[in-house]
Design a protein around this ligand. Structure first.
Ligand code: HEM
Length: 458
C-alpha cells in the first residue's frame, strides 16, 4: 500500500477545516470525529485544527496499515504521547527497545492459557468485591454505578495481579489520581500543545496527581526490590526481572511498568463496565436475555471459572458495548517517515488518529451501526467482518496485553452482580460521554439494586 517512490506523485488528503469549530472540538471531540468520519466514509482526511493538523484514518485497511502492517513507521511518540510520559515513563506504554523488553517480561502472565489457570482466583476476588453491595442493596440505598464498578474492578485487579499488596485506600487514591490525569491532559492533547512551557488549565492537577501515584507506588517498588520473591504477581515479576544487559531493572523501570499496568488494568475496564447499566436499562429485552442466561448458567451460587464458557449472549453484549462505547477511543500515532496510504501522502513528522469510535460505525461495514444489537456478534456474518472493522483492543504489536484477562473478569463481574441483583437506574436516558483519555459516561449514574429472590428447589 505504501511506497517511497510514489510519495511525490501521491495526492494530498482532503482537509476538513475543524478550526472554525475548535471550541466544539475541545468540548466534544466525539461528535466532531463522528460527523467528520461519517462524511469521509473511509476516505483519509486531514483535520485542520489551526496549529495542529492530524490525519484521520478510519477505513479498516488503513487502520490495519498503521497498527500492524507498517507499525514501525507509526509510533506512540510525538505530541499526543509526550504529556503522558510523566506518568507512564518509557516501559510497556512506550515504544522501541524498552517497550519490547517490558512486553517480553509481562507477556507470560497475560496469555490466554495463563489467564485460564487464574479463572477460579479471579472468580473468588470478584465475588468478594461484589459481596460489599449486599448491604446497600438490602437497605434499598442508591449506589453510583461508576464508583462501584471502579471499586470492584480495582479490587479484583489488586487481588489477582498485584497479590493484594496495594491497600483498598491506596488503590482508591491511585484510581482517583488517574481520573484527574485522564481529564486534565485532554485539553493539552486536543489542542496539540505539548510544550510544558505553555501553561494550561489542568497542569497543576496533573502534576499533583502524578505525585500521588508515586507516593503510593514507589514504597511498594522499594519494598519488593529489597526482598524479591518468586510470586507470580506483577510486582514480583518486575522486581526479579532483568534488562537486555543482564542487569536488574532500575527502580524507575519497575515503577513505570507497575504504574502502567495498574492504570491500564483498571481504567478502561471500569469505564466500560459502567456503560453496561444505562444500556441495559434502555434495552429491556436485551436485559431480560442477559438475566435469563446468568440465571441458567450460574444460578444462585457463586460464579466459577467453569461458567464463563456458557455466558455466550452476555459476552455478545460486552462485545457490542465495546463497539459503541470503546473505552480506548483514539489511538494517536506519530509518523516517522513520509508514507503513502491508498494514494494519499502522509507526511513524516505529522500525527495520525485512528479511532474505533468512527470505524465501528461505518455504514459499509455495519448494518444499522447506531443500534445496540448484541446479536450481530452471535451471527456468522461477524466472522466474515474485516479484522480491523472492529478493534476495541487495538491490533498489531501493541495489541492490548490484558485482553483475555479483561474478557474473563468482565464476564464474571456482570454475572456476579446480575445473579444477585436487578439494577434500576434513576434516569432512563443513556448519559453523554465526558471528555477524558478514556470514553467515560458523564457522572452520577445512580441506581438501586434489588436482591434477586430465588425459590428453593423442592
Ligand atoms: C475494556 C477493557 C480494555 C480495553 C478496551 C483496552 C484497550 C486497549 C487498546 C486499544 C490498546 C492498544 C493501545 C495502542 O495501540 O496504543 C491496549 C493496550 C494495552 N492494554 Fe488494554 N484494554 C483493556 C483492558 C486492559 C486490561 C484489563 C489490561 C491489564 C490487565 C490492559 C493492559 C494493556 C497494556 C499493558 C497495553 C499496552 C500494550 C503494548 O503496547 O504492548 N488492558 N489496550
Amino acid at each position: 500500500m505504501s511506497s517511497v517512490v510514489d510519495a511525490a506523485r501521491a495526492r494530498k488528503a482532503r482537509r476538513i477545516p475543524v478550526h472554525r469549530t475548535l471550541p466544539r472540538f475541545v468540548k466534544d471531540p466525539f461528535s466532531v470525529l463522528k460527523d467528520v468520519g461519517r462524511e469521509a466514509d473511509g476516505e483519509i482526511v486531514r483535520l485542520d485544527l489551526g496549529v495542529f493538523r492530524p490525519y484521520l484514518l478510519t477505513h479498516p485497511d488503513h487502520v490495519q496499515h498503521v497498527l500492524r502492517t507498517n507499525s514501525d513507521n507509526y509510533t506512540r511518540g510525538g505530541r499526543f504521547w509526550r504529556p503522558l510520559r510523566g506518568l507512564f515513563g518509557d516501559g510497556i506504554l512506550g515504544e522501541g527497545a524498552s517497550w519490547e523488553w517490558s512486553r517480553r517480561i509481562l507477556q507470560p502472565v497475560f496469555t490466554a492459557k495463563y489467564v485460564e489457570s487464574l479463572m477460579d482466583r479471579i472468580a473468588v476476588a470478584v465475588e468478594d468485591a461484589v459481596d460489599d453491595l449486599a448491604r446497600v442493596a438490602t437497605a434499598g440505598e442508591t449506589v453510583d454505578a461508576a464508583q462501584e464498578m471502579s471499586r470492584i474492578v480495582s479490587r479484583t485487579a489488586v487481588d489477582v495481579l498485584f497479590a493484594g499488596r496495594i491497600s483498598a485506600v491506596d488503590a482508591k487514591r491511585v484510581v482517583d489520581a488517574v481520573d484527574t490525569i485522564g481529564t486534565s491532559v485532554v485539553l493539552r492533547m486536543s489542542l496539540g500543545i505539548t510544550s510544558m512551557t505553555v501553561p494550561l488549565p489542568g497542569d497543576r492537577a496533573f502534576r499533583q496527581a502524578v505525585r500521588t501515584v508515586d507516593e503510593v507506588m514507589t514504597p511498594l517498588v522499594r519494598q519488593a526490590r529489597s526482598q524479591p520473591d518468586d510470586g507470580d504477581d506483577i510486582i514480583s515479576l518486575l522486581s526479579r526481572a532483568h534488562g537486555p544487559d543482564g542487569r536488574e531493572l532500575t527502580e524507575r523501570q519497575v515503577r513505570d511498568d507497575l504504574v502502567s499496568m495498574f492504570v491500564t488494568a483498571n481504567e478502561t475496564t471500569s469505564v466500560m463496565m459502567t456503560w453496561l447499566f444505562p444500556v441495559l436499562q434502555a434495552h429491556p429485552r436485551i436485559a431480560v436475555r442477559v438475566y435469563d442466561e446468568v440465571d441458567r448458567v450460574v444460578g444462585g451460587g457463586p460464579i466459577r471459572g467453569a461458567h464463563v464458557g456458557g455466558l455466550r449472549y452476555t459476552q455478545a453484549v460486552l462485545d457490542e458495548l465495546l463497539r459503541l462505547y470503546p473505552a480506548a477511543w483514539v489511538f494517536p500515532r506519530h509518523v516517522l517517515r513520509t508514507d503513502v496510504i491508498d494514494g494519499v501522502r502522509i507526511r513524516g513528522g505529522s500525527t495520525v488518529l485512528v479511532t474505533p469510535l468512527v470505524t465501528h460505525r461505518l455504514e459499509r461495514f455495519w448494518e444499522r451501526p447506531e443500534d445496540f444489537e448484541p446479536e450481530r456478534f452471535l451471527a456468522e456474518r461477524h466472522a466474515r467482518l474485516h479484522r480491523y472493522a472492529y478493534f476495541p483492543f487495538g491490533g498489531g504489536p501493541h495489541q492490548c496485553i490484558g485482553k483475555y484477562f479483561f474478557l474473563v473478569k468482565a464476564l464474571m463481574i456482570v454475572a456476579s452482580v446480575l445473579r444477585r441483583f436487578r439494577p434500576r437506574l434513576l434516569s432512563t436516558t443513556i448519559p453523554e460521554p465526558v471528555v477524558a483519555a478514556s470514553f467515560r459516561p458523564g457522572p452520577g449514574i445512580a441506581m438501586t439494586l434489588t436482591p434477586v429472590q430465588r425459590r428453593l428447589a423442592a
